[in-house]
Design a protein around this ligand. Sequence first.
Ligand code: ZN
Length: 214
Amino acid sequence: MKIVMLGAPGAGKGTQAKRIAEKYEIPHVSTGDILRANVKGATELGKKAKEFMDQGLLVPDELVIDMLMDRIAQPDCTKGYILDGFPRTIPQAESLDAALEKQGDKLDYAIDVDVPDENIVKRMGGRRACLGCGATYHVVFNPTKEEGVCDVCGEKLILRDDDKPETVQKRLDVYHDQTQPLIDFYKNAGILKTVDGTMEMDRVFEEIVQILGA
Ligand SMILES: [Zn+2]
């Protein structure tokens, strides 16, 4: 069961990826985590990656794929894995396919957690953060007892810049430009499964289980 997770920032794909990982006992492989682990462990690949990061440059795709292939060669990945955060672009997806193919391997599913932009903007716009203790809330899904005041420390709550509608929309625009083509890519490959991410999280997960099998 080799899965790639797709979905806009704020669509809830990370949460679903974790739940899939638990249920099917396969690792949730996040490229951010792999990169950090390699740099921290000062592996050959990690050292190379650090050279780019120290210069404020992006780590080249090739290096990320080498780390990824290294990770999925570990024994805990024999039953499969879920990739989260990679690939993000067509060239990355093509390189990943090529690297897998070299090992006679391929992806089984690309799961797209589909949520319209306006829903994401609304969801994010309802988030509130406490300036005092860092606690986070949501005006609809996780409200405080008293509006605008932190339950934990009594400080005022704010809407972070990151969660403001214009910031969220900008992030979504970048997502659509870059990652939307991936959806077509995996559709053509015949492995795309789209789930309606506007439903409650449990329902979204149920739909995913129906796709993957119980
Ligand atoms: Zn607080």
